[in-house]
Design a protein around this ligand. Structure first.
Ligand code: AHM
Ligand code: MG
Length: 335
């Protein structure tokens, strides 16, 4: 598996599907291109002050848009529309979905949902951020303009999903439903190489990741689970659990995927449906974790089975190692 580039990997995987049209490969290649552009820009952020900070605008969720949010959004949408292989895109940064109305795009069979730059408030302090993407087949007829219902499909209909983490190195991690593979970017030659083939998450981890500042606002079963993690002792009198929370979803997810752990963003008194968005944050990560052997639930159901009713819908989100989610779920069911 040495020196396999993501481009070669995509082509090889496509060859395993007789009759494949190559459209999905082109989408992944557009994601790859946009991620290189965004990665380059993020790496310069500390030096180029003009790209840091607020754009002075808010998105539909009332959140301050950073200049880099806008840059990443434009980069992904431009790269995806240019290849003529999707008919529309929905993004955290746009109020409504964007329909690509020319004939070539109208004839395309896929739609993409993106969070172009998640955790962007962390950039000013040089902390890892990420991009998340998700691909579905459209519900409406090819040749017609894309509609909202094309974007409101349950996660179990995803054709592909993945993320890019802009961390100490930039990595692309994705699934097309046949396992999860991770690629690390070599900036000196501008290429992603396969570095993490067939990623699996441990059934049991030692990390719990949650904004503990909200503990008093969580419902009892969730608070009890966190208190359980806080109060364990092994034979050496040490708590085997560690709390790790970056506050950057992709980075927290990526660490827990590799090391094993649980990430929780529950409902709070102030945000009774949680904070994270179902369609372009939770569902794509749920697809990845399940492909890696883990689980993702909302309070009482599998994230992948929730049928979205709105583009920017928020849901409580629990994702990670199988045994840890099982235990949390038992708490939730007992309540
Ligand atoms: P964003 O999409 O506006 O960047 O917000 C999502 C981020 C996640 O990356 C992170 O896990 C979460 O918000 C942190 O929220 P909090 O500060 O409430 O703990
Ligand atoms: Mg986000």
């Amino acid at each position: 598996m040495k020196n396999v580039t993501v481009g070669e990997f995509i082509v090889e995987s496509q060859n395993n599907f007789p009759g494949s049209t190559g459209e999905l490969s082109k989408i992944l290649s557009a994601v790859k291109l946009a991620s290189k552009i965004v990665s380059h820009q993020i790496n310069k952020a500390g030096l180029a002050k003009e790209i840091l900070g607020s754009s002075g605008r808010e998105n539909i969720q009332g959140e301050d848009q950073q200049k880099l949010d806008v840059f990443a959004n434009d980069s992904f949408i431009n790269a995806l529309s240019a290849r003529g292989v999707i008919c529309g895109v929905a993004s955290e940064e746009n109020d409504s979905f964007v329909a690509f109305k020319n004939n070539v795009n109208n004839d395309a069979k896929y739609v993409v949902l993106i969070d172009p730059l998640d955790g962007s408030s962390n950039i000013d302090v040089n902390v890892s951020v990420g991009s998340i993407f998700s691909v579905y087949k459209r519900q409406t007829q090819k040749g017609s303009p894309v509609e909202l219902k094309d974007f409101l499909q349950p996660g179990n209909q995803q054709v592909a999903s993945g993320y890019i983490i802009y961390g100490s190195s930039t990595m692309l991690v994705y699934t097309t439903g046949r396992g999860v593979n991770g690629f690390t970017f070599d900036p000196s030659i501008g290429v992603f190489f396969l570095s993490h083939p067939n990623m699996k998450t441990p059934d049991q981890g030692a990390i719990y990741s949650v904004n503990e500042g909200n503990l008093n606002q969580f419902k009892k079963p969730v608070a009890e689970y966190i208190k359980f993690c806080q109060s364990q002792n092994n034979s050496q009198g040490k708590n085997p659990y560690s709390s790790r929370y970056i506050g950057s979803l992709v980075a927290d997810f990526h660490r827990n995927l590799i090391k094993g752990g649980i990430y929780l963003y529950p409902a709070t008194k102030i945000n009774p449906t949680g904070k994270l968005r179902l369609t372009y944050e939770c569902a794509p990560l749920a697809f990845l974790i399940e492909q890696a052997g883990g689980r993702a639930i909302s309070e009482n159901q599998r994230i992948m089975d929730i049928i979205p009713t709105e583009l920017h819908q928020r849901v409580p989100f629990f994702v990670g190692s199988k045994n840890m989610i099982d235990q949390l779920e038992e708490n939730l069911e007992r309540e």
